[in-house]
Every structure is written in C-alpha cells, then in structure tokens.
Design a protein around this ligand. Structure first.
Ligand code: B12
Ligand code: SF4
Length: 518
C-alpha cells in the first residue's frame, strides 16, 4: 500500500491583510513545537508528510495545493474560523481532517462540527490512530485524547526539516521553538495549564536540542515555549550549558518572576538569554508566582519594579504581561499602578492583555461557562487584545476609558522616548519602537477601545450583547471578525457564512460550553 499523504498545517494568522513586518518577521516567528512534532510522528507512522505554515503571504489556493489523505491542522482560537474553512474545503476533496492545539482544547464541541477528529493531549499513538483509521465523521468529529502529555518529544534533530520550512519564511529575526518541560506547578485560574502537572522533559534531549540548534541555525533564537521555563532551574541550565560546550547561545523564555533570582539571572546572561517574558498579571492577585508574597498594590509595584530593573541589567529585552479584568474597581486600580510601573521600568515592554475565557480551557473559564457568563464574541477577535468575552455590567465603560488612557500613556512621545533611551542596545530600542508605533500599534488599539466605549455608551444592541442581555452578536464585531479572515472570507462554509450574516448560531455556544468535552 502506498504511504498515506499527510499535510500538517500550522495557522499563525487568520488571513487578515497585514504589513510586511507582520507577514515576514512576526508571523513566521510564531510557530510552535507541536506541529513539527506531529509531522515527525506522522513520518514514524509511515506517512509521506508535508509541513506548511500559513503566515498570511500566500493565497488559500497555494496553501492547499496538493493531494492529501489526512490533514492535521494546528489553530489558536483567533484563527479558528480560518481552520474551519480550510477543513471544510479539504473534506469536500475527501481529505480526513484533525484539529489540534489551543482551539481544540478550548472549544472541542464547536470544533467537532467542522473536523473529523478533534485532538486533546496528543502523543504518537493518537497521531497513528488518526492516520490508520482515517474515518470521515458522519456528523460530528471524534474527540481523541491521550491521558496525559507525552513523556518525550522528538528533538530538533528530527524536527529540523519542518522547522526549516518555518524558519525560511522569516526575515531579520528567526525563532526556533523548543521545550524543556510541559505543564506548570502553579495554578493561576485563568490559565490552560493550571491543572496540568509539571513534567520535565529528559535533560539529554534539552542538551542535544541546544547543541543541534547552534550548529544548524547559528543566528536564530531558541525560544523555550515552556509554559514556565526554569522550574527545575539548575538541572535545566546545566543541560543548556553542556549543549553549548562553552560557547554562547541566543535564547528567550517565559518564566515566573519568583524563579528569577540574581544568581540565576547571571547564569542565564552568561549562556545568552536575551529575551525574558515574566507574567505580573495583576498588582493584587497571583502573588505566589511573582514571588512577592502578600505585598499588593503600590508595595508590589515597588518590589516588582526593582526586580524587573535587575532582570534588565542581565537580559536586554524584557516583556511583562498584565491582564485587564472586568471587576471595575480592581481593573482601574491595576491600570493606574501599571502606569506607575511603566514610569519606574521604562525599558520593559508592558504587554496588556484582556482577560479572556477561552471556552473550557481553564478553571476560571469553566466556572464562567457554568454561570453562563461567556459571550459569543466571534473567534477571530479572541486574541486577548481585541475584546473581552465576558458579560459585564456597564462599569466596563469605566474600564475602557482607563484602558484607552493607559495605552495612550504607554505610546505617548515622552514614554516612548524614555523607553527607547532606556533600552539596552539599539536592537532592543528598535523593537520597542516598532512595537509602540509600527504594525499592530498601540495607538490603533487605543482607537479601537475608544470605539468599543462609544458603542457601549450609545448603541443599545451593542450594549445588550456585551452586558449579556442579548445573544445576538452585533454587526460591528462581525464585520471586524470578517476583516480578519482576509481571502478566507469569501470561502466560508455556508453555515458559518450564515452565522456571520445573522449574528446567531443554530446551536448556541453556551450549550456547547456546558457540554464539556465530547
Ligand atoms: C508558548 C506559547 C506561545 C508561543 C508559541 C505559540 C505556539 N505557536 O505554540 C508564542 C509566544 C509565539 C505565543 C503567541 C501567542 N499566544 Co500563546 N501561549 C504559549 C503557552 C505559554 C504555552 C503553549 C505550549 O506550547 N505548550 C506546550 C505544548 C506541548 O502543550 P499544549 O499546548 O498543551 O499542547 C498539547 C495539545 O494541545 C496538543 N497540540 C498542541 N498543538 C498541536 C498541534 C497539532 C497539529 C496537534 C495535532 C496537536 C497539538 O499536543 C500537545 C501535547 O499533548 C500557552 C499558555 C500555557 N500555559 O499553555 C499560551 C497560549 C497557547 N497562547 C495563547 C494566545 C492567546 C497567544 C496569542 C494570540 C497572544 C497574542 N495576542 O499575540 C499568540 C498567538 C500565536 C500564534 N501562533 O497564533 C492562548 C491560546 C488560547 C486559545 N484558545 O487560542 C494560551 C493558551 C494562553 C492563554 N491566554 O490562556 N504563545
Ligand atoms: S505560572 Fe504561567 S503557565 Fe503556570 S499556571 Fe500560571 S499562567 Fe499558567
């Protein structure tokens, strides 16, 4: 029997028109570990495998060119409608489709309407089963999941041909994704890893990944995609150091502040860590992972700013993550304190996210789903930047006003000048400048939030939706979501096109969310 022809497709954008910087620099650096891992496992299962990453540069026809038996598609929620559209067209050509990644994990029931398989934890057996079985779904796709994360993953040596395909799409900056661990020992209720036990991967694999990456992609940054890098700090850094064999690498990672002591930072600096992304999230909650104990409010700003400045002394580029929640008093107080933080740590990039309940992916989102508080905000807008998806009373007007003020402050000429001059080196300064005023600029975001504020104040239909009184998705949000589909907008499956026309679904999202996993 000839080998099965397998396509592994990684969607890192939904198709929206984007500038050169996004298409050529940013999107190609967004590839994850799992798509190339799945490609390797499919090869092990005897398939003839093609890996493709969609960065927004190619037409849908170019993207889907070829003959396939099975397609594995990796999608975040923001690219879910594009994934559904791709699956719909592949299935009309007889291809069996399987969805994996954050959207499958968050919205399994909705995904089953569009895919033959929807995958949770994925290991070689799950991949083999899909390829061998290749059963087109009669009506709903099948939910398949391993009991837990795999204990080992194929290393970069094996993943290289697929990683190359992504790296070659990028310009200026190249990222190579790798992992030293899965899961997380912390339990932040908004996070999809809150209940996934921490599991380190074998140190020999970490060491080999570092050694191999240095030889194969000497100028690329190895970005550790661990939900929380460095939980077993000494062992992990030891493996990185052995892999480097005395040389210096180029690394980035997301890590809890509580893990980043001065001696550890010095060690990270010496091996070549250049980018760190610690999560602060809030000045009132999640104190354990920031390592500030009971300190809250201004006291936490003071302690944390000092720590971030000490990180910046060792690591040139630091992004800190914040979450804007929907409890008006706390949210506004948080944002006021974030301004204070920006003034004290001008070189750190403040990444402001909107609290988002991604379907059934976290303890918080499951509680909110059970309370019926999750709104059916169109998936393309669920990127933690565009919209919240939680019902809230009219106090959100106040939160939006504060948010507009915060973003204007962060992107003001004075704050930008301070940021650029405080940045360590011209590269960090340039990145900060591009992120403030280029591409997905903060000012554009501030204008969008201003628009949301005005709709909430003046448009009764819009207000009824965002306060949870009406399930009908307002036209403004549907149009914005359709814009994000670029050329895929014309290719939407009929039921989805109808949903975007009327703003209602044949099966309400709230019912799916109550159902849980298939
Ligand atoms: C590393 C990371 C990133 C990296 C890499 C992203 C990537 N391409 O994988 C970077 C920094 C680029 C990133 C960017 C973004 N991220 Co991010 N990121 C994470 C993080 C911290 C870890 C994910 C990870 O790799 N885990 C390790 C893997 C092995 O475990 P896993 O994801 O559970 O995967 C298992 C299964 O789901 C399955 N699987 C996973 N992928 C695939 C693919 C296929 C084909 C198959 C078959 C199976 C499969 O197999 C795995 C093994 O069991 C999570 C938060 C968290 N704590 O999990 C957020 C998270 C995934 N990110 C999130 C978001 C929102 C974003 C951004 C939209 C943020 C933004 N506004 O820019 C962008 C989108 C990037 C993109 N590719 O489109 C959300 C996604 C929610 C959702 N439903 O969409 C998460 C869950 C955080 C959150 N808010 O809760 N992110
Ligand atoms: S520390 Fe990070 S990865 Fe761990 S549970 Fe909290 S948000 Fe999730």
């Amino acid at each position: 029997m000839p080998p099965q022809r397998v396509l592994v497709l990684e969607l890192v954008t939904g198709g929206q028109r984007a500038g050169w910087f996004q298409r050529r620099v940013l999107h190609p650096s967004y590839h994850g570990v799992m798509s190339s891992v799945v490609a390797v496992w499919a090869r092990h299962a005897g398939a003839d495998v093609t890996y493709r990453i969609y960065t927004g540069s190619e037409s849908p026809a170019e993207l889907l060119r070829g003959e396939w038996d099975v397609a594995f598609i990796s999608s975040f929620t923001r690219t879910a409608w594009t994934a559904y559209t791709v699956s719909y067209h592949l299935r009309t050509r007889g291809v069996v489709t399987a969805l994996g990644g954050p959207h499958a994990h968050s919205y399994p029931e909705d995904s089953r309407r569009w895919f033959d398989y929807v995958l949770g934890f994925t290991d070689p057996e799950v991949v083999r089963q899909v390829i061998e079985e290749r059963a087109p779904a009669a009506e709903r796709g099948r939910w398949l999941s391993a009991e837990r994360h795999p204990a080992v993953l194929p290393g970069l040596r094996e993943r290289a041909p697929f990683v190359d395909a992504a790296v070659q799409r990028g310009r200026i900056f190249h990222a190579v994704p790798a992992l030293t661990s899965l899961g997380c020992p912390y339990t932040c209720d908004f996070c999809s890893d809150a209940q996934v036990p921490f599991k380190p991967l074998p140190l020999v694999d970490v060491e080999d990944d570092v050694r191999f990456a240095r030889a194969r992609w000497p100028k690329a940054m190895v970005f550790w995609h661990d939900p929380n890098f460095g939980v077993r700090f000494d062992e992990t850094l030891g493996a990185v150091e052995r892999g480097l064999e005395g040389a210096r690498g180029l690394f980035g990672a997301e890590s809890s502040l509580s893990l980043l002591s001065p001696s550890r930072l010095a060690r990270m600096r010496d091996v070549g860590f250049t980018v760190m992304v610690p999560g602060i999230e809030s000045w009132f909650e999640y104190g354990r992972k920031t390592g500030v104990g009971a300190a809250a409010g201004l006291a936490r700003v003071e302690a944390t700013s000092a720590q971030i400045n000490s990180i910046l002394a060792a690591i040139p580029y630091v992004q800190v993550n914040f979450i804007v929640t929907l409890d008006a008093d706390t949210a506004c107080a948080n944002m006021a304190l974030t301004r204070e933080f920006v003034a004290r740590c001008p070189a750190a990039w403040p990444n402001v996210n909107l609290v988002t309940a991604f379907g059934r992916s976290s303890p918080l989102s499951r509680t909110l789903a059970a309370e019926g508080r999750i709104l059916d905000v169109p998936f393309p807008l669920l990127d933690t930047k565009c919209c919240w998806n939680l019902a809230c009373d009219e106090s959100q007007i106040e939160i939006l006003r504060e948010l507009v003020g915060l973003l204007r402050y962060i992107s003001s000429v004075q704050a930008t000048a301070r940021r650029v001059s405080a940045s360590r080196g011209w590269r960090a300064g340039l990145i900060n400048l591009l992120r403030t005023w280029g591409g997905d600029a903060l000012r554009r975001r501030a204008r969008w939030y201003q628009q949301l504020l005005e709709w909430t104040e003046r448009d009764a239909d819009y207000r009824d939706f965002v306060t949870g009184r009406s399930p009908i998705v307002p036209r403004q949000l549907l149009d914005r979501a359709l814009e994000r589909l670029g050329p895929f907008r014309e290719l939407l499956p009929p039921a989805l096109a109808e949903q975007t026309r009327t703003g209602t679904r044949s099966e309400p999202l709230s019912e799916h969310l109550q159902l849980g996993r298939a």
